[in-house]
Design a protein around this ligand. Structure first.
Ligand SMILES: [Zn+2]
Length: 203
């Protein structure tokens, strides 16, 4: 399922990127993770049914009912778990708020973005108060040959974060000459040991 961004959110990010150019800019995007509950799939066997006694039919029927109950319970538990685990459910991220942050890196601010932990705590509290989750970390790549691809440094950081913040989207914005923008979103997959591209839907 895609990452849904409003035109206004994208414009806000571009404005920050333009004003901050040629330095790296970044921040977080907050919204809601839309849960999608899949109905358990039932496979109905077609063809000639073997002759069964009523008792056997009743037994098979009960067995299927019990199996469906367990499947349903498992789905409910899974969805509850996903709901309480931030970012775990990536079925649909609907972004409604942009939180631009200052780049604290004074050593290499053109190629590094550093977050102020206090500022992060403040915006996380603000998002929570508004009933939103921080779902996306975004940063710019000004005049970078990587364009919207993650750098080795991004990969290293994403891998470290993936255990404590699974499903976090990494939105990378390439900024060429301070005016040409491209966006791509990535999610780190620990099982694969790398980033996977996430579809962006502009709404
Ligand atoms: Zn980067």
């Amino acid at each position: 399922m895609p990452l849904r961004l409003t035109k206004e959110s994208i414009e806000e990010i571009k404005r920050q990127a333009r004003e901050g150019y040629p330095l790296e800019c970044g921040g977080f995007l907050a919204g809601k993770n839309r849960r999608v509950l899949k109905k358990s799939q039932r496979v109905i066997a077609r063809g000639k049914a073997p002759k069964q006694s009523l008792v056997l039919k009743a037994f098979v029927y009960m067995a299927i009912r019990v199996r469906d109950c367990f499947a349903s319970l498992a789905m409910t538990l899974k969805s509850c778990f996903s709901y309480f685990c931030r970012g775990l459910n990536t079925s649909g991220k609907e972004i409604t708020a942009v939180y631009p942050m200052k780049n604290l890196n004074s050593h290499q601010p053109r190629i590094r973005f550093e977050i102020d932990p206090k500022e992060f705590q403040r915006l996380e509290a603000e998002a929570t108060k508004d009933g939103l989750q921080l779902l996306v970390f975004y940063h710019t790549h000004p005049d970078s040959p990587l364009k919207t691809n993650p750098s080795a440094f991004d990969r290293e950081r994403a891998e470290g974060l993936s255990t404590i913040w699974p499903g976090l989207s990494w939105l990378i914005v390439s900024v060429d000459k301070g005016k040409e923008f491209q966006l791509a979103s990535w999610v780190f997959n620990p099982a694969q040991g790398g980033f996977e591209k996430e579809e962006i839907e502009v709404v």
